[in-house]
Design a protein around this ligand. Sequence first.
Ligand code: ATP
Length: 439
Amino acid sequence: MSQEGNVTMEKIVSLCKRRGFVFQGSEIYGGLRGTWDLGPLGVLLNNNIKREWWKMFVESREDMYGLDAAILMNEKVWEASGHTGAGFSDPLVECEKCKRRFRADHLENKEVCSECGGKLGEERDFNLMFETKVGAQGDVKSYLRPETAQGIFVNFKNVVDSMSPKIPFGIAQIGKAFRNEIAPREFLFRVREFEQMEIEYFVKEEDWKEKFEALRADIQKWHAHIGLSSENIKEHEVPENDLAHYSKRTIDFEYNYPGKGFDELAGFAYRTDHDLKNHMEASGVSLEYVEPDGNKFIPHVLEPSFGVGRAFTAVLAEAYTEDEMGGETRTLLRLPAYLAPYRVAVSPLLKNKPELVEKARNAFSDLKKEFGNVAWDDNGNIGKRYRRQDEIGTPYCVTIDFDTIEKDDTVTVRDRDTGEQVRVAVGDLVNYFREKFNS
Ligand code: ATP
């Protein structure tokens, strides 16, 4: 939608900073490349995305189990998964003159440095894992996990033993992942610390195709649910010769990012029994699934994997709109109500009239009790408040004015997208919004 207009990444980044969504990491010390901090409104949007994902993929289903594994894991996990080897490296080249480093597969000119014109050195593998030391002696090597998936595989047996799930079933996890990307760039798109929402879905080998299609449809539903329009999503079928050696089929879900074009938003791979088999061999612990009739096998795995930051960026890009209202250009975020940082903002028409403020305070606290993320806004005049709330995507503004206290106990409810205003009785407000948000 917004891609037809004049949305740019610069405008989104600027709005994010100005309105408290995203700040540069360690900013007052000059920053730390590849890190970003979520501000007060960013946390709300980010949490809303994760909550909706969890609701859709875990809570609303009977075949999904949640997990929250440790970020630090035994180094043997990463040896078994192949992450310590070349499998988790990117090709790096360094300029012999200015010493800048580049990801070779992202370079157009492989000979000459794009920054200083110097000669580029030999290509070498660069492992993306952050190494760390554990314990007071510092003698136990570990890594900051580069994906949440392995935490799921190593807990497969624990979940099976404690929950007795019937196959097919999935284990889902949301959490931080760390990759020492050679060239972090493009806002939240490629960073060194990010969040993933991942599912390992365990199936019988003969069922993988059917379940692949079912999960693929669920992923499409998810992207529609967070407001991404189908013309801005492309499913890229990874060609056979580009597939990881263990994968028989992978689809990258790509989003049409402003100024960048289509690039990965989420990945979906059929990983065969590769992961459980490797961990079984390396740990010596059986990771077979036993059916009630005694039949034993290593389940095959389907893996939908989502980056929260990339979803966050896509949601903002899709919602960002500039239009004209009352003869003025305005910026608004057309966020679905369940993603908006605040669902409602409440204002007294004038902040120096105690009777208006008291009435507004009461409405505010009733709404806040019911919906949580409700804003109190009494800065500037009412027109400015509406613009400010439009810009952060608040779907409704409630204003308490003189009619409320002198006439009929009704308030103005203003709609973000249309600017339309209706009068609603104070006593009906909670129900009014309950209905709006449920529809
Ligand atoms: P890319 O090809 O863009 O590097 P990938 O194929 O290595 O991504 P996966 O390992 O499949 O990514 O990770 C799953 C998801 O995690 C990606 O679809 C993306 O949303 C997110 N992700 C991966 N790396 C990063 C990163 N450095 N910054 C932000 N998100 C990331």
